[in-house]
Write a protein that binds this ligand. Structure first.
Ligand code: ADP
Length: 629
């Protein structure tokens, strides 16, 4: 009786396969890198599990990867004697996409192939890369330690489904046979395959071997074959820096990250002394698509004395540096270290704090370069994470604050955030008391805010904040270089009260009267009404009463479904504006109310607020307009 079962791929897998075959066509040789990388992981896992259970090695001393090709059958095969997979693991790992981030990623694809092929480069394609070159893939695998008769054979043409069959397999581990597509004969060539292996996989720490025809005494090829090692097989991070070429770092990074780009920065250190470890970190050029996913995996691999221990070692770096990829290899941790142990381990704490310093130091160097193009690239991809760092990493707050970049109202500033706090402070006038900022939902809303009018008039630079995280940033970064950061939408900008000193008693009285009049008309819609000198072009703006959170923060919390105490704005009026003067001249209560409401609502709109009753606002506006037409 046949025990063959047919399974359908998860929809996402089919979608991914189609897309990938198109997107990666010009890079097709990477299929081998991906499969070798999986084999290398499987060997790492076996070595790790065998530390506590040596029967898993099944008596095989050497762990290695073997690449064969068969010109007649038009196949390439990749063999490893690693951990292998059970039937359930095959279904879970090869038939489905478990990572929720991947699903979300697929949802974001536009269907535009050019764009999507850029995106797919940020995304681990792994095993499915086989289907770029093959129209049938046969994977036979047996989990180390399992019975020889309970191996699993998986076959697929990379379309809608795959079959599973229980078979015999003498050796543990995985064998993958690729039946090449018609136009892929270029890979049935020893030289080509060797070149791909040495280009992409030289640094894999296990031997990668190929069969070679032996030559006789006269140098002629015979039918006798021997296995020959193709790669260097020493872990890249253990080699001396001076012996490693840029190209080798790049290929190692690409295997680690599945990225197609080269890294923006490479940070390689061997530390000796009380602690001994090697770290090799990479800063990518592009943020991965799932950078903000809660269940995103971390990009660091932990090794202990060259034995792979775990992927995604999240305790080795703080969350805000989760974009860093690389390897830490420690001589001081026990081989049986678990994630729980890592959480509270002194060695880890030390490695972590030194690593953070090194990474921030490298970013600092990029920032200080004469042409900070790379830093700008970095900032545009990961700037928001540096802002998280201000909140998360108290010890390095000062260092990180120097790396922050903003858009400001300076004449040379654009919507690209390029101004540092140091630049800002250098430009401050002597008498300026604080570093001023405004938060809004977008760059346009920030830079067009009426609150900026007085600052523009007086030539005072204001930082324009429009990222979601900025409210948290300014609640944690309250000063820089001894100067406090201050929101220009708070009610107590005493710096500008001087303008009112020169007012005559009569003026002061009439301003007070007008404030009272509008306040009575608006009742409990506002907490106060004041005349202001912060406006020069607009008639009105709203500010937060001192002690209240900013209107922008309140809106964000509301969007997140948080209950916030009812906050009433302070309405500020520009006494020299013609609309306000007009309002002052009215004595009819109903009319005063209509005008006051109209001024309040337009100020709230300019602030980015939602009006409680937009229909009423439009009616009111039309009513006022029809009086003049
Ligand atoms: P990734 O390697 O990014 O996890 P892949 O699609 O390449 O994604 O592989 C999915 C999973 O299948 C791997 O995580 C691993 O668990 C399993 N796998 C793939 N190749 C092998 C192999 N040669 N030996 C054992 N397991 C493998």
């Amino acid at each position: 009786m046949s025990n063959t079962e047919t399974h359908a791929f998860q929809t996402e897998v089919s979608q991914l396969l189609k897309l990938m075959i198109h997107a990666l066509y010009s890079n097709k040789e990477i299929f081998l890198r991906e499969l070798i990388s999986n084999s290398s992981d499987a060997l790492d896992k076996l070595r790790f599990e065998a530390v506590s259970n040596d029967t898993l090695t099944e008596g095989e001393e050497e762990l290695s990867i073997e690449i064969n090709f068969d010109k007649k059958a038009r196949t390439i095969s990749i063999l490893d004697n690693g951990i292998g997979m059970t039937r359930d693991e095959v279904v879970a790992n090869i038939g489905t996409i478990a990572n929720s981030g991947t699903k979300k990623f697929l949802e974001t694809l536009s269907g535009d192939q050019a764009k999507d092929s850029n995106l797919i480069g940020q995304f681990g394609v792994g095993f499915y890369a086989s289907f770029i070159v093959a129209d049938e893939v046969v994977l036979t695998t047996r989990r180390a330690g399992d019975d020889k008769s309970s191996a699993t054979k998986w076959v697929s043409q990379g379309e809608g489904d795959f079959t599973l069959e229980t078979v015999e397999k003498e050796s543990k581990g995985t064998e993958i046979v690729l039946h090449l597509k018609k136009d892929m004969d270029e890979f049935l060539d020893e030289y080509r395959l060797k070149t791909i292996i040495t280009t992409y996989s030289d640094h894999i720490s296990f031997p990668i071997k190929m069969w070679k025809n032996e030559t006789d005494d006269e140098g002629k090829e015979t039918d006798k074959k021997t296995l020959e090692q193709v790669n260097k097989a020493t872990a890249l991070w253990l080699q001396a820096k001076s012996n490693i070429k840029k190209e080798e770092y790049k290929n190692f990074y690409q295997t680690l990250s599945h990225d197609f780009e080269e890294p923006l920065a490479t940070i390689h250190n061997r530390v000796e002394g009380t602690l001994e470890y090697t770290s090799l970190f990479f800063i990518p050029k592009k943020a991965p698509f799932d950078l903000y996913d809660r269940d995103r995996r971390y990009g660091l691999k932990l090794y202990v004395k060259r034995v792979f221990i775990m992927d995604d070692a999240e305790n080795l770096l703080p969350a805000y540096l989760r974009f860093v990829r690389g390897v830490v290899d420690s001589d001081d941790l026990p081989l049986n270290v678990s994630r729980e142990i890592l959480q509270s381990n002194k060695v880890v704490t030390k490695i972590r704090s030194a690593s953070v310093k090194r990474i921030l130091g490298t970013i600092e160097k990029l920032a200080k370069a004469k042409k900070p193009d790379n830093f700008n690239l970095f900032w545009d991809q990961f700037g928001n994470l540096m802002k998280e760092g201000i909140v998360e990493d108290f010890a390095n707050k000062e260092k990180i604050s120097k790396l922050l970049r903003f858009s400001t109202t300076d004449k040379d500033s654009t919507n690209e955030p390029r101004v540092s706090l140091e630049n800002y402070v250098d430009r401050m006038a002597k008498e300026q008391k604080a570093i001023y900022y405004i938060t809004a939902d977008s760059y346009a809303a920030a830079s067009g805010s009426p609150h900026l009018e007085i600052f523009r008039k007086k030539g005072i630079e204001v930082i324009l904040l429009s990222e979601k995280i900025d409210e948290w940033l300014v609640s944690h970064l309250t000063e820089f270089d001894g100067k406090s950061l201050k929101s220009i939408t708070s009610a107590d900008l005493e710096e500008f009260s001087e303008d009112e000193k020169d007012l005559s008693e009569d003026d002061k009285k009439s301003r007070e009267k007008l404030s009272e009049k509008v306040k009575t008309a608006l009742g409990d819609l506002v907490s106060d009404v004041q005349m202001t000198s912060r406006l020069t072009g607009s008639p009105a703006c709203v500010v937060s009463a001192s002690g209240d959170m900013s209107a922008h923060m309140a809106r964000m919390m509301e969007q997140m479904g948080q209950a916030i105490p009812q906050q009433k704005p302070v309405l500020e009026l520009n006494p020299s504006h013609s609309l306000v003067k007009k309002l002052e001249s009215f004595s009819d209560d109903a009319k005063v109310k209509q005008w006051s409401l109209f001024l309040l609502e337009q100020a709230q709109l300019a602030e980015g607020d939602q009006l409680e009753n937009p229909a009423e606002f439009i009616k009111r506006m039309n009513g006022l307009l029809s009086e003049v037409v």
